[in-house]
Design a protein around this ligand. Structure first.
Ligand SMILES: Nc1nc2c(ncn2[C@@H]2O[C@H](COP(=O)(O)OP(=O)(O)O)[C@@H](O)[C@H]2O)c(=O)[nH]1
Ligand SMILES: [Mg+2]
Length: 253
């Protein structure tokens, strides 16, 4: 069983990707299920086979603990831990080849609290992948691209699983913007040049410092451009997952 957790900032396209990638796998006759672990989501673009909302209701938590909507969302993500064993039983019973786990809208509630580390390790023992999703629209300038990469690294550092970085919504970029991003991925020096041009004074010094911190990382990672909307780039994601899962390597991509 291969388990893929989709993680990224609110609105980057995790749920849309969950739908798109499950459709992609389904068309290849791969047995796939979709798991929603976001207790606060109201509408999903797919029908999950396993759903935390069957166990937790944000509305009930608001009433029971006298919380407002924000407090109830935080509490409900934390309370998900108590139901993780139900999710695991449900997943095991379905015994699919691929499990795609769509994580909470607010990434920080999942990735940077105990919940994320616990749930990812509890639901997956081997062949676990984190698809870390950057939002192309939010990464169009050199400095926003660099800060998105820091977030990707922070998640890798926290969750410690095989992480595949993707940049979603490339269908919304102009050809020029798309070219820039591909160039920054392939040639970090170009990113540094563009950062120097974009920033001034202290900000430039800071961006140079941050760039140097990430330099090794930039030279060793791949970031796959995709569009969950029009299913572009999904074959590359599938290819890399299969390659790592079959090879059994502890690859860092
Ligand atoms: N154009 C475009 N829009 C996208 C893409 N992926 C997601 N969206 C849109 O972005 C918004 C947020 O997507 P959603 O999947 O709910 O994000 P989540 O919060 O990360 O689960 C929705 O309006 C989606 O239709 C994409 O690849 N291209
Ligand atoms: Mg979502």
């Amino acid at each position: 069983m291969i388990v893929v957790f989709v993680v990224g900032t609110a609105g980057c396209g995790k749920s849309t990707f969950t739908r798109a990638f499950s459709e992609f796998l389904h068309r290849r006759s791969v047995d796939v299920i979709k798991v929603n672990v976001d207790p606060a989501v109201e509408e999903l673009p797919y029908e999950p086979e396993v759903d935390i909302r069957d166990y937790i209701s944000v509305r009930e938590i608001m009433e029971k603990y006298g919380l407002g909507p924000n407090g109830a969302i935080i509490a409900s993500v934390d309370l998900s831990l108590n139901y993780a064993h139900f999710l695991r039983e449900n997943i095991e019973e379905l015994n699919a080849n691929y499990v795609i786990v769509d994580t909470p809208g607010q990434m920080e509630l999942f990735a940077f609290r105990k919940t994320g580390e616990f749930v990812t390790s509890f639901l997956c023992k081997e062949n676990c992948f984190i698809i870390y999703m950057l939002d192309a629209v939010l990464a169009r300038s050199p400095s926003t691209f660099l800060s998105s990469l820091f977030l990707a690294q922070a998640v890798d550092f926290k969750l410690k699983k095989t992480q595949i970085n993707v940049i979603n919504k490339v269908d919304l970029l102009t050809p020029r913007e798309f070219e820039n991003i591909i160039e920054w991925i392939e040639n970090p020096e170009k990113l540094m040049d563009d950062l120097s041009e974009e920033t001034r004074g202290l900000e430039r010094e800071l961006s140079e410092g941050l760039f140097q911190t990430l330099r090794n990382f930039l030279e060793n990672i791949a970031i796959y451009p995709i569009s969950a909307k029009n299913m572009q780039g999904l074959d590359a994601i599938y290819g890399i997952i299969q390659q790592i899962a079959m090879g059994g390597e502890e690859a860092r991509t």
